[in-house]
Design a protein around this ligand. Structure first.
Ligand SMILES: *[C@@H]1O[C@H](CO)[C@@H](O)[C@H](O)[C@H]1NC(C)=O
Ligand SMILES: *[C@@H]1O[C@H](CO)[C@@H](O)[C@H](O)[C@H]1NC(C)=O
Ligand SMILES: *[C@@H]1O[C@H](CO)[C@@H](O)[C@H](O)[C@H]1NC(C)=O
Ligand SMILES: *[C@@H]1O[C@H](CO)[C@@H](O)[C@H](O)[C@H]1NC(C)=O
Ligand SMILES: *[C@@H]1O[C@H](CO)[C@@H](O)[C@H](O)[C@H]1NC(C)=O
Ligand SMILES: *[C@@H]1O[C@H](CO)[C@@H](O)[C@H](O)[C@H]1NC(C)=O
Length: 284
C-alpha cells in the first residue's frame, strides 16, 4: 500500500480486515490477484463475473460458476448442463447448448430448458423450438420434422407453434429448446417419412443466446488499472484485487502490464449475413 496517500483509520481497518480474509502469498503478491486471474477454456477466455468452480468464491459474482471439459466451458443451471459455445463480453451474451442434446436428440429424461432468471435472461435473438417425443399419431399442423429414437415411437421437431393443448393425447413428452435466429437453417424442406434427427441435432448444437444480468461496470475500470475483478460475498460488494491489496474500485498504483496470462487466438466470428443459407423463421 502506498503510504503517501492519505487514508483514514477506517480505511486502514478495512485494509487490515481484507488482509485477514486474503493472506498475502510468500511470492509477495496479494493472493487473490493470482488466484482470480482469468482462465482459458477451449477458445474462450473466462473472467469476472464468472469464475472457475475451483477458483475461490471471491473471484466471481455469486451464481456465475463455470467448469471446463477441456473444450468448452460448462454451465450448470437448474439441474441442467450446458456447453458455453461463445462469450461476448461487450454485450454480456453467452451462447449455450444443452449438453444432454449434444450427441443425440433422443433423451433419457425429458427436462425442460429452464433459465435461472436471477442470473440470466434470453435475448430477443432466439426462436422457440419444440421437441415432442413418443408420439403414436400426429395431428394436422404446419411444417414439422420427424425423427425417431430407438426406445420410442416417432418424435417431432417444430418451430414456434404452441402445442400444449394438442399433445397429451398423442405424444408423451415435450421439451422446449430455444435456438438462435442467426444460425443458418440447415434443414431441407419438411417432408414426411424422412428421419431428420441428425439435422435437428446440428441446429440444437449451435445453441441459443442468453445474457448475464450482473452489473459488471465496475470491473472495466478495475481491469484498466491493472486489477483483477472479484466480489466480497459477505459484504456484497465489488472488489478490485491488485498486486498489493483489494480495493473497492481500482488499483491505486500504476498498472503493471503482463499480469494476465497470454491467451490463444480467438477464432473470428463469421457475421451471420455471410452464411449461404436462409435464416430460421417461424412457420417456414
Ligand atoms: C434432469 O433433471 C433432474 C432433476 O431436475 C436432474 O437430476 C437430471 O440430472 C437432469 N437430467 C439431465 C440429463 O440433465
Ligand atoms: C428479460 O427479457 C425480457 C424480454 O426480452 C424483458 O422484458 C425483461 O425485462 C428482461 N429481464 C431482465 C431482468 O432483464
Ligand atoms: C417456449 O415456449 C414455452 C411454452 O409456450 C414457454 O414456456 C417458454 O418460456 C418459451 N421459451 C422461450 C425461450 O421463449
Ligand atoms: C399455449 O397454449 C396453452 C393452452 O391453450 C395456454 O395455456 C398457454 O398459455 C399457451 N402458451 C403460450 C406461450 O402462448
Ligand atoms: C441432414 O443430415 C444428413 C444425414 O446426416 C446429411 O447428409 C445432410 O447433409 C443434412 N442436411 C443438412 C441441410 O444439413
Ligand atoms: C451499474 O453499476 C454502476 C456502478 O455502481 C452504476 O453507476 C450503473 O448505473 C449500474 N448500471 C445498471 C444498468 O444498473
Amino acid at each position: 500500500m502506498d503510504l503517501t496517500t492519505p487514508f483514514s483509520s477506517l480505511s486502514l481497518l478495512f485494509f487490515i480486515s481484507l488482509q485477514i480474509h486474503f493472506p498475502v502469498r510468500a511470492s509477495g503478491y496479494f493472493s487473490p490477484f493470482q488466484e482470480c486471474a482469468p482462465f482459458v477454456c477451449g477458445y474462450i477466455r473466462i473472467s469476472y463475473p464468472f469464475r472457475h468452480i475451483r477458483q475461490p468464491r471471491y473471484c466471481g459474482y455469486p451464481g456465475y460458476e463455470l467448469d471446463c471439459d477441456g473444450f468448452n466451458p460448462i454451465l450448470y443451471m437448474v439441474s441442467q448442463k450446458y456447453q458455453v459455445i461463445h462469450m461476448d463480453r461487450s454485450v454480456q451474451i453467452l451462447v449455450v447448448a444443452r449438453s444432454d442434446l449434444s450427441d443425440s436428440i433422443c433423451l433419457e429424461t425429458y427436462n425442460e430448458t429452464t433459465l435461472d432468471l436471477n442470473l440470466f435472461n434470453y435475448t430477443s435473438n432466439n426462436l422457440n423450438s419444440t421437441l415432442i417425443y413418443n408420439c403414436n399419431s400426429w395431428p394436422t399442423l404446419p411444417s414439422y420434422y420427424r425423427f425417431s429414437c430407438p426406445e420410442s415411437h416417432f418424435g417431432y421437431f417444430i418451430l414456434c407453434v404452441n402445442l400444449s393443448n394438442l399433445l397429451p393425447k398423442r405424444c408423451s413428452s415435450i421439451v422446449h429448446v430455444p435456438i438462435s435466429k442467426s444460425e443458418p437453417i440447415g434443414l431441407p424442406p419438411a417432408s414426411a417419412g424422412i428421419d431428420f434427427g441428425d439435422n435437428i441435432s446440428d441446429i440444437l448444437n449451435k445453441g441459443f443466446e442468453i445474457t448475464w444480468i450482473a452489473n459488471t461496470s465496475l470491473c472495466e475500470d478495475c481491469a484498466i488499472s491493472g486489477g483483477i475483478c472479484g466480489y466480497d460475498w459477505t459484504r456484497k460488494e465489488f472488489n478490485c484485487f491488485c498486486r498489493d491489496a483489494a480495493y473497492p474500485a481500482t488499483c491505486h498504483r500504476t498498472p503493471i502490464p503482463t499480469s494476465v496470462p497470454s491467451m490463444p487466438p480467438v477464432p473470428a466470428i463469421i457475421p451471420s449475413s455471410m452464411y449461404a443459407y436462409s435464416h430460421l423463421t417461424c412457420g417456414f
